[in-house]
Design a protein. Sequence first.
Length: 291
Amino acid sequence: MTPAGSLRTPYPSTDSGSVRPGDRTPVVFVHGLWLHASSWDPWLDLFREHGYDPVAPGWPGEPEALPAANAFPGLMARTGIREVLIHYEEFISGLRKPPIVVGHSLGGLVAQQLLASGAAAGAAALAPTRFRGVLRLSPVQLRSSLPMLWNPLNRRKILRQSPQHFRRTFANAVSERESNDLHATCVMPAPGRPLFQAAEANINPRSPVRVNTSAARGPLLLTGASEDRVVPATVVRAEARRYRSSPSPTEYLEIAGSGHSLVIDHSWQVVAETVLGFLSRHGLTPEAADR
């Protein structure tokens, strides 16, 4: 396991014209709660420039455009973690080869599940939701989630984050102006069910919030953010420790000065380049796939 802060190896730039479009390595991006699939658009552009074939399918029932998602989120009300996982499994089954999966928050959990099942060739889990068996829970994480969890009826509802709550929990490491801009351009309502499933993971023996950490699989990158209040870096480090006995490559990196908004705020490209460097070191580049 790579120590925090050691993933700084430069990756080779790829001329996308040097890789035939049909041979490009697919990359599937999976967002977490509160973010719309379009929040990955800058990542798609960057990965396409480096010769990959990136796509961000969105969750089941998620409207394709952010304005529609804000206006008509009702189709997602009963969506839980199992439904999200099945949705991405079905999407991946239609690809020509196992993709790389990059997931954030709850999407990071799904990325690990897809990798463990053999559906993915490699994965990067960015500030991933903790899974069953990870007991670490910090006070700051409790404070960020309690406003949503205090009412059991929220399990069946679509929940909205106010700009103020988003700023306190999700985008606490950026300016108020940037936080408000991110809220206006990336955030959508989310189903409450996954929040309750994640909170109950360690007391529900049938919880879908679980990962087979001993499975033979492709390379995995786990990334924490030092200022994260939703999934604190201490929680991601505890997740990484669950992989200590795994024979498969597992690396951990902590992004200093970032919060849970690390995939959408001004530091997103640093995070994206870190993922690209990880893929390069493990032979998951378009050039490697073309050989």
